[in-house]
Write a protein that binds this ligand. Structure first.
Ligand code: F0G
Length: 358
């Protein structure tokens, strides 16, 4: 691990990994110092699995706008700026819109975001608004929004910053580099939630590049998880009306499906679906036992790991990607927790102490 990369002066991932990214000295780097997120041991999950299996969370919810999208967006927006673009557009279940807005405004560009009305978590919508995006909420789902923005970007002077933009995946692959640098080796398994399947493709690209450069000696099995009501990559067919509590991955027609199927094949990985109930169980487990608050979509990586725990080899190292921060979706948190909450208490010492049952 290089001390420069993980110091308080971390310059952001483009500067840190410029030799691995399609940038030149002329690229104007638009950064919020994203990347260098922690790899946190998950002791309670290790205890459930046993057999000396090591489990870590790559907590990408600690990026500047609270999700892994910032890794891709620093690249996409820097390249858009280099190409003198004045406006960007994306379709989003929320996180892409927050990230696109933050980086675009930092680069003094307009940011248009198309979202499925009523299906974007409050925190994400709040971010897009505060970052100064021009929000277009449609009476349709993410898949429809993506069709529309692709059409607009093909015909008008706006740059598309969804994960079909190749610079997005280039930026996102750096998470795999960081994991290898921290562990000194690639993990045996990488568990990751899938929506549009850009991130799983980006991680694989990163693992393969470091492997080819002799920075690791193994390649991980890529374990991709989807919510049961939105699992086109598991079913291997389009889902017309995707539904799940994990709105971030409420996607029925993933634009990177071919890439994802290749990743599964090349890595000898597996795609599985997990129910909303399993997702929420893992979401609460992470909060209560590990002190980690992620968003529901991210908890799919833990739910998936627990679902196939019998298949993990003894003493294997597993990394689960926590793609987004729990603060993104406060409504889900308030409605789905196992905490005690006593209200209407008299403001006196005696009644409070009584409630505490010490
Ligand atoms: N986790 C979170 C928190 C996400 O926001 C997303 C995607 C994913 C996982 C899945 O990643 O699409 O690369 O497979 N969110 C997109 C958005 C669709 O618009 O914010 P993927």
């Amino acid at each position: 691990m290089s001390s420069k990369k993980f110091s308080a002066n971390w310059p952001g991932l483009i500067e840190a990994y410029k030799d691995w990214l399609p940038v030149t000295s002329k690229t104007p780097v638009i950064t919020l110092q994203e990347g260098a997120t922690p790899l946190i041991p998950l002791k309670s999950i290790e205890e459930i699995i046993g057999r000396n299996v090591k489990v870590y969370a790559k907590y990408d919810g600690l990026n500047p706008t609270g999700s892994f999208k910032d890794r891709g967006m620093t690249m996409a927006i820097s390249k858009a700026k280099e190409n003198e673009c004045k406006a960007v557009i994306c379709a989003s279940t929320g996180n892409t819109s927050a990230s696109a807005a933050a980086y675009a405004r930092r680069a003094n560009m307009r940011a248009f975001v198309l979202i499925p009305d009523g299906y974007v978590a409050q925190g994400k919508l709040a971010q897009a608004l505060v970052y100064g995006a021009e929000v277009l909420a449609i009476k349709g789902n993410f898949d429809r929004a993506l069709d529309i923005v692709q059409e607009i970007a093909a015909n008008y002077p706006v740059t598309l910053v969804n994960s079909v933009n190749p610079y997005r995946l280039q930026g996102q692959k750096t998470a795999a580099f960081e994991i290898i640098e921290t562990l000194g080796e690639a993990p045996d398994w990488l568990c990751i939630p899938m929506g549009n399947a850009g991130n799983i493709s980006a991680y694989w690209m990163g693992f393969v590049e470091y492997y080819k450069a002799n920075k690791s000696t193994i390649l991980p099995k890529m374990m991709g998880f989807q919510a049961s009501g939105s699992a086109p990559l598991v079913l291997e067919k389009r889902v017309n009306n995707p539904e799940t509590i994990a709105t971030a991955i409420r996607i029925g027609n993933p634009v990177n499906k071919e890439k994802a199927f290749n990743v599964k094949k090349e890595s000898k990985g597996k795609f599985l679906d997990v129910s909303d109930k399993e997702i929420i169980k893992s979401y609460n487990l992470l909060g209560k036992n590990e002190g980690i608050f992620c968003e529901p979509a991210s908890a799919a990586s833990i739910a998936g790991l627990l679902k196939c725990k019998k298949e993990i080899p003894n003493a294997a190292t597993v990394v689960c990607v926590l793609t987004g921060n729990g603060l993104k979706d406060p409504d889900c948190a308030i409605k789905n927790n196992e905490a005690s909450f006593f209200s209407d208490l008299e403001p006196d010492l005696e009644s409070i102490v009584k409630k505490m049952e010490l």
